[in-house]
Design a protein around this ligand. Structure first.
Ligand code: NAD
Length: 265
């Protein structure tokens, strides 16, 4: 086991999907700052700006604009990592969509399947295609959600897809037994990113900003950098004995039952 205490990522190459903004971009910037060469991928052209930000910060990055939930798209990302940086040590499969913000009982089959394709099949394709190039010491992190733990934090297909991601972490960890490659997940709570911007903007515009995060004991929403810190840790050698876990980073939201506190009755 190489230096188990370090969060330094020098000499490692990381692939990060969903990196045009939000959690993916924050994680790419942090991993690059810790020394990793980063391949950032996203369906949006803004992914190029993420690579430019990293380069301007003194890091090394390549951008791939593609659909990360297709075999061909992931093949392009893997090829870029191998050709530009010579290997793959870290995969952060993070691209995702909500498919709408409210639970509906009339979701059409194609809408349901599109959420599963991007949120669940996408990470699976990335895992499958990166693994043959990863050596012992490699680390994979998938983005789940508190919506995958139980109801109340997202629409039905979204929650089902993220529950699937949690299972993907557990089952893949077991399938990787003895190979020295770890896989973990992060389950963010409510984080301010382009995905949740309408909610935060609306709360601010209507003077309800103080209500954001009111259901968690930390009493606020989270920032993309707070998820990035967890992901960078899980991807590093400092997390060498953390495997098959999905860590909720949600201000404590998922630690509690929805009981009315005694002092507010
Ligand atoms: N923001 C939150 O509160 C929150 C909470 C729990 C989980 N998450 C998860 O975190 C991840 C990152 O989301 P975010 O909050 O940073 O929002 P975001 O919208 O900024 O990031 C998601 C990114 O994924 C990209 N993407 C979507 N479909 C894609 C595809 N087919 N191929 C390539 N890229 C694609 C988007 O273009 C976007 O840049 C998502 O998986 C999301 O479900 C977010």
């Amino acid at each position: 086991m190489s230096n188990p205490a370090t969060t330094d990522l020098t000499g490692k190459t990381a692939i990060i999907s969903g990196a045009a903004g939000g959690i993916g971009r924050a994680t790419a910037l942090l991993m690059a700052r810790r020394g990793a060469c980063v391949v950032v991928a996203d369906v949006k052209p803004e992914v190029q700006a993420t690579a430019e930000l990293i380069e301007a910060d003194g890091g090394r990055a390549m951008a791939v604009q593609t659909d990360c939930a297709t075999d061909a798209g992931v093949a392009r990302i893997v090829k870029t990592a191998l050709e530009a940086f010579g290997g793959i040590d870290i995969l952060f499969a993070n691209a995702g969509i909500t498919g709408g913000m409210v639970p509906r009982l009339d979701t059409a089959s194609d809408s349901f399947m599109e959420v599963l394709r991007i949120n669940l099949l996408g990470p699976w394709i990335a895992v499958r295609e990166c693994l043959p190039h990863m050596k012992a010491g490699g680390a994979i992190v998938l983005t789940a959600s508190v919506a995958g733990l139980r109801a109340g934090a997202g629409p039905i297909p979204y929650s089902a897809s993220k529950a699937g991601v949690i299972s993907l972490v557990q089952t893949t960890a077991m399938a990787l037994t003895g190979q020295g490659i770890r896989i973990n997940g992060v389950a963010p709570g409510l984080i301010e990113t382009p995905m949740t911007a309408p909610l935060f903007d609306d709360a601010r515009a209507t003077g309800r900003e103080g209500k954001i995060g009111q259901l968690n004991p930390t009493r606020r929403g989270g920032e993309a950098e707070e998820i990035a810190q967890t992901v960078a840790f899980l991807a590093s050698d400092a997390a060498s004995y953390v495997n098959g876990q999905v860590l909720a980073v949600d201000g404590g939201l998922s630690a509690q039952h929805p009981f009315t506190p005694k002092w507010s009755i």
